[in-house]
Design a protein around this ligand. Structure first.
Ligand SMILES: [Zn+2]
Length: 426
């Protein structure tokens, strides 16, 4: 169905292109001319492994990309991070002018595929599909940014524009603490008016005006260790495991229906003896002993800081009131990635994009469902500037070994990006 619609929109696009200005038609023409070289460059950077922890690989991709931006009149800077973070750093390219909105374009150099994972070199599967590591998440998006501004530069349309493109080297696994790994990113974004994220496009006619944030929590419960035969009695009580179960079940019944809020107890254990390490718990015990301790680790996904805050309050109250006999509980919360909230400014930006896609003959652009997206780098700056994300390449299977890019949609998304940047910088 989607392909039929796409074909249909391509067919009508020739007549509707009349909605575009002379310059805009030139931009489209030049993008088509340069498409082979654009895809050639995509192939080159997809074939350099840049798993987040492969510092040399991430730097190599950054170097190649930076060199291309320099040819398009941009100044490049490499932002290094302290060695303790064990990350490559970030590529920043920029140019300054005095006209239009100041744009902050967001990409990332790393992928989830580390060198010890099975290789998947760039190759065409059929006329409309290519595969390769990071081909859509998000080297395809990086190349869209590059090809879009290169064409605008070559047509002399960027002379007065202020644009920074920021390519983080650790989006898939941010260096910790993020207050260090994202400090420069946030600082630079704040000097702009609009942030555009080039993470994968979910569909041709939707765009992300919001992304959920993500953080985590740890619940610890204790009980009175005793013979199991006394469980439920006033003296022995219920033990740590029943109390942990009571609490997480009440999280579900009290908060499970809140829109855009999710919380999953991803790891839990209880017993007589617990040994914990990051991402691990070793529990031992016996079935004839009432468990004295339990621990639950979970995440929390939320659409706004307010929603995160009120969920934390409810969870704290559930954990610390009406505890089962002879048990106690404590819960702690760890900050993560903030939410990109669906602000009026983001919606206004979506409307501008929609105007463009109508003018291109693609139909209106709608806001996508934030429940379907994870957190991303753009969320760190969403509190300071108007934002849209999902302007990158389309495809399937991001983060999975056979990740693909949709070759038919790629040129359309590239044109959309170039024209959008062009209109915003007038
Ligand atoms: Zn990504």
């Amino acid at each position: 169905m989607r392909y039929f619609l796409l074909f249909f929109s391509l067919a009508i696009s020739f007549t509707s292109l009349a909605q575009l200005s002379k310059e805009e038609k030139l931009i489209i023409q030049k993008i088509d001319q340069q498409l082979p070289q654009t895809l050639q460059f995509l192939e080159e950077i997809v074939n350099i492994n840049s798993g987040t922890l492969n510092i040399d690989g991430v730097k190599q991709v950054g170097k190649k990309l930076g060199a291309e931006f320099e040819k398009a009149g941009f100044t490049t800077t490499w932002v290094s991070l302290p060695d303790s973070l064990k990350r490559a750093g970030h590529l920043v390219v920029s140019r300054k002018g005095t006209r239009g909105k100041k744009l902050f374009l967001i990409g990332h150099l790393d992928t989830v595929f580390e060198p010890d994972m099975a290789a998947n070199p760039y190759r065409k599967l059929n006329d409309s599909t290519v595969t390769g590591q990071g081909v859509n998440d998000m080297k395809g998006g990086d190349v869209i940014i590059l090809a879009a501004v290169r064409v605008l530069h070559e047509l002399g349309l960027l002379k007065e524009a202020t644009i920074t493109a920021y390519f983080t080297g650790d989006e898939e696994r941010a260096g910790l603490p993020t207050s260090v790994s994202r400090a420069d990113f946030i600082e630079r974004a704040r000097q702009h008016d609009i942030a555009l994220g080039f993470e994968g496009a979910t569909a041709l006619n939707t765009i992300a005006v919001a992304r959920r944030g993500s953080s985590s929590w740890t619940l610890k419960t204790t009980g009175r260790q005793n013979h199991s035969s006394g469980v439920f009695s006033e003296n022995s009580g219920y033990g740590a495991n029943y109390e942990a179960a009571r609490i997480i079940n009440q999280f579900r019944t009290d908060l499970g229906a809140v829109k855009y809020l999710t919380f999953s107890p991803g790891l839990m254990a209880g017993g007589t003896e617990l040994r914990t390490a990051p991402g691990e718990v070793h529990a031992s015990g016996k079935t004839n002993i009432i468990a004295p301790s339990a621990v639950v680790y979970g995440d929390l996904r939320f659409i706004s800081a307010k929603q995160e805050d009120s969920a934390r309050q409810v969870m704290s109250r559930i954990a610390t009131t009406n505890n089962l006999a002879q048990t106690s509980a404590s819960i702690s919360f760890e900050n993560g990635i903030p939410a990109m909230e669906p602000t009026a400014g983001n919606y206004a930006l979506k409307d501008k994009l929609s105007r463009l896609t109508i003018d291109m003959g693609l139909g209106a652009t709608e806001a996508g469902d934030p429940g379907k997206r994870g957190a991303g780098d753009i969320s760190y700056v969403a509190a300071y500037v108007d934002c849209l994300d999902g302007l990158g390449a389309s495809g399937a299977g991001a983060h999975a070994p056979g990740e693909t890019l949709d070759l038919k949609e790629f040129p359309i998304l590239l044109k959309r990006a170039a024209l959008f940047i062009y209109r915003l910088t007038r």
